[in-house]
Write a protein of this length. Structure first.
Length: 414
């Protein structure tokens, strides 16, 4: 069997920016950049960061004069067809001299987002069809997705809920917490509730505590998860007071969202440490993105840096078939090459699960390189990360092989 070379690149793909990440153990501050005159107490206030987000094409052009034609076309549609919001601290990670900066591709709108292929969807994961009450998705037997808001600190260009977030497309999302909570209470099979949106950590401490306490009061809810990109987009939000409040609701898990090692700044690392010190297990979900992280070296640096931040790499998602996202989607083939470059080449803790969230609502399907080469009546033939072949004894029906009797020769009579 031919082993896929994990460093092979598709000739049709543009080169990924492997020069755009720091050395593994190097954490740099995002700095204040264009906001150098802002007092430290304002810069470190998450309310100030939200109030001063870049949300209009005019402000984006003032801060970033060298926008490309595609970026100008996308930004011109901001807030009436496309969502635009970038926090100052995340904006400062953009390399304005590089059109292929991996941060730039994630948050600056592009005209290509208006090009929709026939196979792309407004709701690629079929969430609306699995929504028994507004704001709640029940797709898996024992867990539900509990949507709390349509707002985020900044807006990703590949968001699977782009139909919903920011209301730029007129979706008019209105969660109904009482109905959502009553649904969870009346379905005893639900043991796991994932709060998402939008971003739940945009809520005030008091509002979030109220919601968590109501869910925690349901006896069959064993644990709660929060999906958030706040620690990356807005690390100032992760205050000691927030962490102290969250610690009341263990077991509580948080899934963050980071795609590139440059996102893991000093401020982000400190925010994640505050959450980890509050006893909250942290996992990361990345999306495989062209121009951003579809490169073995970038992904390996990213997952190793996540571990230094006390975050377990959890998922790599194949980019959903979101309307207008073709320019950002990498290939499944590239994703498998990246998984080959991780398994065996770095700690198992650093290896996430690569998944496709199946179009239309079929749920997550794990996608892995083929390590089983063949099976026969007495053995399974496997390969390791180096391509070496090994045999594991096992009967065809999966049971252990029965021991064979040892033949003992009778001694000759003298």
């Amino acid at each position: 069997m031919q082993i896929v070379n994990s460093t092979e690149d598709n000739a049709e793909d543009p080169p990924c920016c492997t020069q755009h990440f720091d050395s593994l153990k190097e954490f740099r501050s995002a700095g204040r950049g264009a906001w150098a005159e802002v007092p430290a107490h304002d810069w470190n206030d998450w309310h100030w960061q939200l109030k001063n987000r870049i949300t209009t094409v005019e402000r984006l052009r003032r801060l970033m004069p060298a926008l490309t034609a595609e970026e100008l076309a996308g930004a011109a549609l901001a807030n009436h067809k496309l969502a635009l919001a970038i926090t100052p601290c995340f904006f400062n990670l953009i390399d304005q001299d590089d059109e292929n900066c991996p941060i730039r591709w994630q948050v600056i709108p592009r005209g290509e987002e208006t090009l929709v292929s026939p196979w792309e969807m407004e709701d690629p994961c079929g969430e609306d069809s699995h929504s028994p009450v507004p704001g709640l998705v029940h797709r898996y037997p024992d867990r539900v997705l509990f949507l709390v808001t349509d707002r985020c600190a900044a807006y990703c260009r590949y968001c699977t809920r782009s139909r919903l977030v920011s209301n730029a497309s007129g979706y008019d999302f209105h969660p109904e917490f009482d109905r959502q909570i009553e649904y969870v209470r009346s379905h005893r099979q639900v043991r796991d509730v994932l709060l998402s949106g939008g971003d739940p950590l945009l809520f005030s401490d008091e509002k979030l505590e109220y919601l968590l306490s109501r869910l925690r009061a349901i006896p069959h809810v064993e644990f709660v998860r929060i999906g958030t990109r706040i620690p990356v987009f807005l690390p100032q939000r992760v205050t000691p007071a927030l962490c102290e409040m969250l610690a009341k609701f263990h077991p509580l898990f948080i899934s963050i969202h980071s795609n590139h090692p440059r996102e893991l700044t000093t401020e982000v690392r400190e925010a994640l440490e505050r959450l980890a010190n509050a006893g909250i297990p942290l996992g990361n979900q990345s999306v495989l993105l062209r121009h951003v992280n579809d490169d073995a070296l970038v992904m390996k640096a990213h997952v190793q840096k996540l571990l230094l931040c006390r975050v377990k790499p959890y998922y790599i998602y194949q980019c959903d078939l979101i309307a207008g996202s073709a320019h950002l989607r990498s290939s499944v083939r590239k994703g498998l090459q990246i998984m080959e470059s991780l398994r065996g080449h770095t700690s198992g803790y650093a290896v996430p699960q690569y998944v496709i969230d199946t179009p239309g609502g079929g749920g997550k399907v794990p996608v892995n390189p083929d390590y089983i080469l063949s099976r026969n009546r007495e053995r399974v033939v496997v390969r390791n990360y180096e391509g070496k072949v090994f045999e594991y004894p096992e009967a065809e029906d999966g049971t252990p092989l029965a021991p064979r009797p040892v033949e003992v020769e009778e001694p000759e009579c003298v």
